[in-house]
Write a protein that binds this ligand. Structure first.
Ligand code: MG
Length: 382
């Protein structure tokens, strides 16, 4: 039986992880849960899964205690003081499903105790991936990507010698706006941008998918996780979301991972690793698929993808700053305070301001992140 802690258990990924776990109760025991704001769902989860520890920062202290006193009495579960402390609780796998840079120090904590980190929190990989890989090697832990594309890439790379790898090819569905003319982008509402054609995900990542900034983050994520330079990473638009990513080798052969689109695939692969098991993903009926299509991304229509490629070239400092700015800007867009087209305009300014920082020590990540957020507000985010 594997013990599992889920950081961000009430979000889109966290709930799917619990869904997978509840199908295999003989194989997994939940020992830690955390939520950021959704106290009611966290309470339900604690009651159902009976973890030994949890963490909940959201809301006032009195709200927290009134909600959780009862649980603590009944269930003998303990509230910890930070996400990091929760990450330090012994667990075979810690799933990091939090959104944004808030997941950084808990990821560091897991790797510093030589633990296994199944990570969906891409902003942390983008900001500090080099440091996470160094900690993985130093303390003998393991980072397992939960992002569908990176889970697919790691499967395609399994057993391969990196010297024969020519390219990593990330597939992208194209997001909610792939067929919307560019001229309409300034009038796009949050509701329109949130209507993703394939994947049901959290709001931040869904908006990032609509601007293709998500794919830009995923380029950096792949650079850090697989330690390859940006020139070796391509993006193709693949509407059907059947091919989850590919690896091209020096003999010009391409290896791909295909499945019915379902985030549970990468979750099950992570939880069962190195075994394979399935309870969630429907079989892929090849003869009913019709055609699979691949197109070049439209960089003119989706400037956020070019900006992300630029930040990747500039190094850690630019990646931290632009990714932090994007968190601010997406939130502002969701609150109707800025237009969708303001996102790339302001990201470009943030990139210009922070592009020269270069490599960054782990202890400086939070500072640069904070400075970038302040700067983003100063240039007109409200
Ligand atoms: Mg992805």
């Amino acid at each position: 039986m594997k013990t599992i802690t889920i950081l961000g258990s009430t979000g889109a990924v966290g709930t799917q992880v619990l869904n997978v776990i509840s199908k295999h109760p003989d194989r997994f025991k939940v020992v830690g849960l955390s939520a950021y704001t959704n106290e009611n769902l966290l309470r339900e989860q604690i009651t159902k899964y009976n973890p030994t520890h949890y963490y909940f920062p959201g809301g006032a202290v009195e709200v927290q205690s009134s909600l959780f006193d009862l649980i603590e009495d009944e269930k003998n579960t303990k509230c910890l003081g930070s996400l990091e402390e929760l990450a330090e609780i012994p667990a075979d796998i810690v799933v990091s499903a939090v959104s944004g840079i808030a997941g950084l120090w808990s990821a560091v904590a897991v790797l510093k105790r030589g633990g296994t980190l199944a990570i969906a929190n891409k902003e942390t990989i983008v900001a500090a991936g080099k440091h996470l890989k160094a900690l993985e090697k130093k303390y003998g832990g393991k980072i397992i990507p939960l992002d569908t594309e990176h889970s697919a890439l790691s499967t395609c790379l399994d057993g391969e010698n990196s010297k024969y790898v020519k390219k990593l090819i990330l597939t992208a569905s194209g997001g909610a706006l792939r067929d919307v003319p560019k001229g309409q982008f300034s009038r796009i509402t949050p509701e329109q941008a949130l209507a993703h054609p394939v994947w049901k995900m959290g709001k931040k990542i869904t908006i990032d998918s609509a601007t293709l900034f998500n794919k830009g983050l995923e380029i950096v994520e792949a650079m850090r996780l697989f330690e390859v330079p940006q020139e070796k990473i391509d993006v193709v638009i693949h509407r059907e979301s059947i091919v989850h990513s590919m690896v091209e080798f020096c003999d010009n052969s391409i290896k791909a991972l295909l499945s019915t689109p379902n985030i549970a695939l990468s979750i099950e692969r992570a939880l069962y690793y190195p075994e394979k098991n399935n309870a969630s993903v429907a079989p892929l009926k090849l003869t009913q698929l019709g055609s699979l299509t691949f197109e070049e991304p439209d960089y003119d229509k989706f400037p956020c993808l070019s900006i992300a490629k630029e930040m990747a070239k500039r190094g850690d400092g630019a990646c931290i700053a632009v990714s932090a700015a994007d968190e601010v800007l997406v939130e502002q867009f969701l609150k109707y305070k800025i237009k969708l087209t303001d996102i790339p305009t302001k990201l470009e300014k943030v990139l210009a301001k922070f592009e020269k920082i270069g490599d960054v020590q782990l202890d400086d990540v939070t500072r640069i992140d904070t400075e970038a957020r302040k700067y983003t507000y100063s240039i007109g985010a409200k």
